[in-house]
Ligand binder design. Structure first.
Ligand code: ZN
Length: 151
């Protein structure tokens, strides 16, 4: 790993990569979306249960580079309990961080990805899980489980 890359792989990213949070299918999900980043080979599925105006539960699975998987893991921890509008605001903040490297003091975990802005090809890796989550929120409810939903 080059010196530049080791700077990119900050502790928070390493930690999420080693111990991904909320990884695996969510049996109770009522929204699912798939994200694909062919330039790097990253894949990410996001499963979430929208309960009224809240993301009650959220998980992801997939495969790909450390940045994409760590970012998806962090994303699930940030979006759980949020409303779709809050999720979009958080994504806007995260996108600003990874494209400009500018961070605000309040959101420290998202700031771990600030180094990504010096590797433009990696921005898509970092935002993949977030795109999938926002698409899941925008999309129609889908049956992601073996249960039958009648409404
Ligand atoms: Zn990647």
């Amino acid at each position: 790993m080059s010196a530049d890359l080791s700077e990119l792989y900050q502790q928070v990213i390493l930690d999420h990569n080693r111990r991904p949070r909320n990884r695996g299918k969510l049996p109770t999900a009522n929204r699912v979306a798939h994200g694909d980043n062919p330039t790097c080979g990253d894949q990410c599925n996001v499963y979430l249960r929208l309960d009224g105006d809240r993301i009650a539960e959220i998980s992801f699975d997939g495969s790909g580079c450390a940045i994409s998987q760590a970012s998806a893991s962090l994303m699930t921890t940030q979006l759980k309990g949020k409303s779709p509008i809050e999720a979009v605001k958080l994504y806007d903040e995260f996108h600003r961080i990874v494209t400009t490297g500018e961070t605000s003091d309040e959101i420290s975990d998202l700031a771990a990805f600030a180094g990504v802005h010096t590797f433009p090809a990696r921005i898509k890796c970092a935002t993949l899980g977030w795109h999938a989550a926002l698409n899941a929120l925008k999309g129609n409810p889908v049956d992601a489980t073996t249960e039958t939903h009648k409404d």
